[in-house]
Design a binder for this molecule. Sequence first.
Ligand code: PNS
Length: 165
Amino acid sequence: MTRVAVFPGSFDPMTNAHLDVARRASGLFDRLIIGVLDNPKKAPLFTGAERVDLIGRCVADLGAHVSVEAFDGLTVEFARRHDAGFIVRGLRAVSDFEAELQMALTNRKLAPEVDTAFLMTALEYGYVSSSLTKEVARFGGDITAMVPAPVAAALADRIPVGPRV
Ligand code: PNS
């Protein structure tokens, strides 16, 4: 039996917490498709294509069974298109739990054949989020521990540095 999972998210941008989850999920599933939600209404810092490219470079060493693509619409439909039985999500602190539970239950209602598998974020990345990383980068703080090297370089290119904090 082939175990296929999708790992959906905004990934604006991918952080070390995301990468840690992707790495561990890549060891659990026969195929892992990282899905980048491409919703222009969210006004992301990086376009969908840019995020797909960045993530592709970050996960290049995880193996040919890991791929990245943009999607729009429902995550469960994205999962169905790939015959995926699982949606992977990372869980950081307790604060993530309520929203994640609500999403998992909604997704199960929409697609009972697709289950959500949660992976606890590694302790050292428990504080890392895409939005705080962008904020730190905006004020010239050091983000090298928070994001993979290609993302740090892309952030440095994209964000004009403000006053140092
Ligand atoms: O990285 P994020 O922003 O926490 O990811 C959230 C994401 C993309 C997984 C969620 O917003 C989502 O699944 N969006 C697609 C639309 C959808 O399926 N909505 C119903 C989910 S309950």
